[in-house]
Design a protein around this ligand. Sequence first.
Ligand code: AHM
Ligand code: MG
Length: 338
Amino acid sequence: MLNKGMSIQGHIVEQERKHPNASGSLTGLLMDLTYAAKVISREVNKAGLVDVLGMTGDKNVHGEEVKKLDEYANDKIFNAMDHGGHLCIMASEEMEEAVPIPDYYPKGKYVLLFDPLDGSSNIDANVSIGTIFSIHRKISDGNDGKLEDCLQKGSIQVAAGYLIYGSSTMLVYTTGQGVNGFTLDPSVGEFLLSHQDIRIPERGRIYSANEGNAKFWDAGSKRYVEYLKEKDAETGRPYSLRYIGSLVADFHRNLLYGGIFLYPADLKDPSKPKGKLRLLYEASPLAFIVEQAGGLATTGDEDILDIQPEELHQKVPLIIGSKTDVLEYKSFYSENKG
Ligand code: AHM
Ligand code: MG
């Protein structure tokens, strides 16, 4: 039985019970992750003080150097996850290569991909940022994790989730049986179930995009956004534009209220010919979550979850959100394709 206010630990165990052959390893893995998340949340909350601490010689109270927060978050997750015996390899947006679990630790059957601190350019302005994670099953032979374990289609993720460090810290995750949200209660230091079985509204009234780039989008994306600004009572247009520039925060709001997030390819910027967002650490986990909540995610050409990754840091256009909105986007995109 799921109850509002139940702890994340209770919830994960309950989910795992639905699989009679489960070994408990996924539960252990997710618990290690929530520990890292709590520590990152604590650091993010005092980010404004980092400069103050920095003036003392860039050392913290333990005599360690004060690191950039995204590097800190990366190290925290890595160090919380490497020795538990649940993983065989990890890859992160902050690390050039995937890192197999070293031989001196037991190796497990799961693969962890993560963006340790998404939207970190917003930290100094006290804007919400997040951590995104994706978990796959090991598919390669032998005990060691390999690159092919990381390059799997999103549709076969075992679990995905994100942490949002906002006015409160929340964890939203799915193991393929719906989406649930937990809020960190700082007084007990535990994530408690606050958003049970999240469903994204079929249609929203919000679009989120960096419209400053619109001149360089494909014709379909440009026309779609113009369409959203026209008045139409039946579809609730014009939509409101809401763009934080922090993917987790934009995604989270749209998940709860309904809406569509767009980051199309930039046809003029050679650094973003396939968009800006990373398939493995951003697009794919959020696509798994949104589909579990009844929404959709596409590049325009294909569903995000169907893409066979070719490289670790692959970028893709990302259009994600309420089902009707994403379907409408897709028809604009394909009708205007040259
Ligand atoms: P990051 O992972 O380096 O923080 O970059 C990803 C961020 C997303 O959070 C956000 O959606 C996007 O970049 C914003 O990009 P832009 O500033 O081009 O609008
Ligand atoms: Mg990111």
